[in-house]
Design a protein around this ligand. Structure first.
Ligand code: HEM
Length: 511
């Protein structure tokens, strides 16, 4: 105890420690101090290491680790930025990585639309899974620009999307059949698997020109591979933020990624070879593999780059679409009056003598509003899943942001902000019948596909499938809850999923 203002004689401790263990002791002490600094310093340790930064309200290391490691990171970060009055910009650290997050449309727009944030931070899992050679994680530069141009003109523009209309209809038919079969067998239906297979087949047909049987052999295998990829990319991997842990692979992410990438290589290279063999006999250009094989000169891709690009398309096009459909159906069951209003609209514009098709969708405004309202309440990428990276030192508002900072937009916080949306927690598609908000990236009040240079290129393809399949399911069946009811609990992994898969009952509207 100190007395008469004298300080505690700490040096005595050092005499008590055997000299041989002193270096180890000092190292442990240093690590402990660093750990405490990481946990309790405002904005965390990564920000403390850079003295040039102007003050940004920030969450301490412990608070941000807790926020990001749970399954509700979007909610935890929204609460933190609210409590710190930091909607425009909040800073925090995970290990040695600096983060900023914006929960305000204006600042979000500034970040997403700036070329200074046109790069993405690349996680170890993404690199191991080849994504650094595909559109989503390729560094901002010529290679990325060339991939975006090719896919924008040959896959994601209106003509190819329209040309796959018949196939979307076929999938809608298969989904309706599956619902009838499962209702007959079990008296209830779990929609998640049906949607996952439907969206997987949809993207496979556009990209590879082939599809698979529901629930069988290769199709099941591919479905498992996509799920494993999502698991791996969704993990908060400490090796990404603490360089010392890089070699240890404590969470086994590297090991699992390497196993998966082998399987992906075998599968996708097999399909590329099938195409090469067919083209030797007859040179018809049909799907996206043909488009890539037709590239010439400096645009030509190596086989491993082709695998990366094709695998990413399958991967990105599957989960987002099926997760969104599951949320929409949950809402339809919870709000029977909204479901019935959509069916009345459909009966009026399409009638009962034929099935709904792509050409009907522009007339189904209420159905489109249901999709928008679900994207508002349950955005599949609430933190715009694939964050951005500051390429240069840059200012956001008055704040200096050093190069290498990871930037996120909390789209969930924006779409649940009472200052922007009236009754933000209520499901009200009617709000979009009067206020026709553009959801394609120009209005940051609701930008579920992101915005700016790295805006989602697959948004029209995804929405074409969601609108058509939803319309068909509502046209053919009335949807009611099963004994389990509807549980809206969320789980944020790579995307924002329903924690408990939706199990419900479908009653035919034609009987
Ligand atoms: C409901 C469906 C979908 C949603 C909600 C969605 C959402 C997103 C979001 C939020 C981003 C990040 C945008 C940004 O950083 O500003 C993104 C990027 C991307 N999406 Fe989508 N997406 C959907 C469907 C699709 C589909 C069907 C495909 C392809 C088949 C696709 C391919 C991609 C690619 C390649 C990127 C990376 C773009 C880049 O970095 O340049 N997405 N998506």
């Amino acid at each position: 105890m100190s007395s008469h203002g004298e300080s505690f004689p700490f040096h005595i401790f050092f005499f008590l420690i055997p000299p041989a263990t002193l270096p180890v002791f000092l190292l442990l002490l240093l690590l402990l101090l660093l750990f405490m600094a990481a946990l309790f310093s405002p904005r965390g340790i990564a920000w403390s290491l850079d003295r040039r930064c102007s003050f940004i309200p920030g969450a301490g290391g412990l608070a941000s680790v807790l926020a990001l490691s749970g399954f509700s990171a979007h909610r935890a970060l929204a609460d933190l930025s609210h409590s710190l009055s930091a909607r425009h910009l909040m800073a925090f650290s995970i290990g040695l990585t600096r983060f900023i997050v914006s929960s305000h449309p204006e600042t979000a727009k500034q970040i997403l639309n700036s070329s200074d944030f046109a790069d993405r931070p690349i996680k170890e899992s993404a690199r191991e899974l080849l994504f650094h050679r595909a559109i989503g994680f390729a560094p901002y530069g010529d290679y990325w620009r060339s991939l975006r141009r090719i896919s924008a003109t040959r896959l994601f523009c209106p003509r190819p999307i329209a040309s796959f209309g018949d196939f979307r209809l076929e999938i809608a038919e298969q989904m309706a059949e599956q619902v009838t079969v499962l209702m007959g067998k079990h008296g209830q239906v779990e929609l998640k698997k049906i949607f996952h297979f439907g969206s997987l087949n949809n993207v496979l047909k556009c990209v590879f020109g082939k599809s698979f049987d529901f629930w069988k052999g290769e199709g099941m295998e591919l479905e498992r591979m996509v799920r494993e990829g999502y698991e791996l990319l969704g993990i908060l991997n400490w090796s990404d933020h603490l360089p010392l842990l890089k070699w240890l692979d404590l969470q086994g992410v590297r090991k699992r990624s390497r196993v998966l990438v082998e399987e992906v290589n075998v599968f996708v290279r097999g399909i590329i070879e099938e195409h090469r063999m067919r083209r030797r006999i007859c040179r018809v250009s049909g799907d996206f593999v043909d488009v890539l094989l037709d590239l010439e000169d400096e645009e030509k891709l190596s086989d491993s780059d082709m695998v990366a690009v094709l695998w990413e398309m399958i991967f990105r096009g599957t989960d987002t679409v099926s997760i969104l459909l599951e949320w929409i159906m949950a809402r339809m069951i919870l709000h029977p009056e909204i479901q019935s209003k959509a069916q009345t609209e459909m009966d009026a514009y399409v009638g009962k003598s034929r099935f709904v098709c792509d050409a009907d969708i522009p007339n189904l405004r209420y159905l489109q509003s249901i999709v928008k309202e679900t994207l508002r309440m349950h955005p599949p990428g609430p933190l715009l899943s694939w964050a951005r990276l500051a390429i240069h030192d840059v200012h956001v508002g008055d704040h200096f942001i050093p190069a290498g900072t990871t930037a996120m937009v909390n789209m969930w916080a924006i779409t649940h902000d009472g200052a922007i949306w009236a009754d933000p927690d209520e499901f009200k598609p009617e709000r979009f019948m009067t206020d026709d908000v553009n959801i394609m990236g120009s209005d940051l009040r609701l930008a579920p596909f992101g915005s700016g240079r790295r805006l989602c290129p697959g948004k029209s393809m995804g929405l074409a499938a969601v609108h058509l399949w939803l319309a068909r399911l509502l046209q053919s069946f009335e949807w009611v809850p099963s004994a389990r009811g509807v549980d809206l609990s969320e789980r944020l992994k790579m995307s924002l999923e329903m924690e408990n898969p939706l199990v419900c009952c479908a009653v035919s509207r034609n009987s």
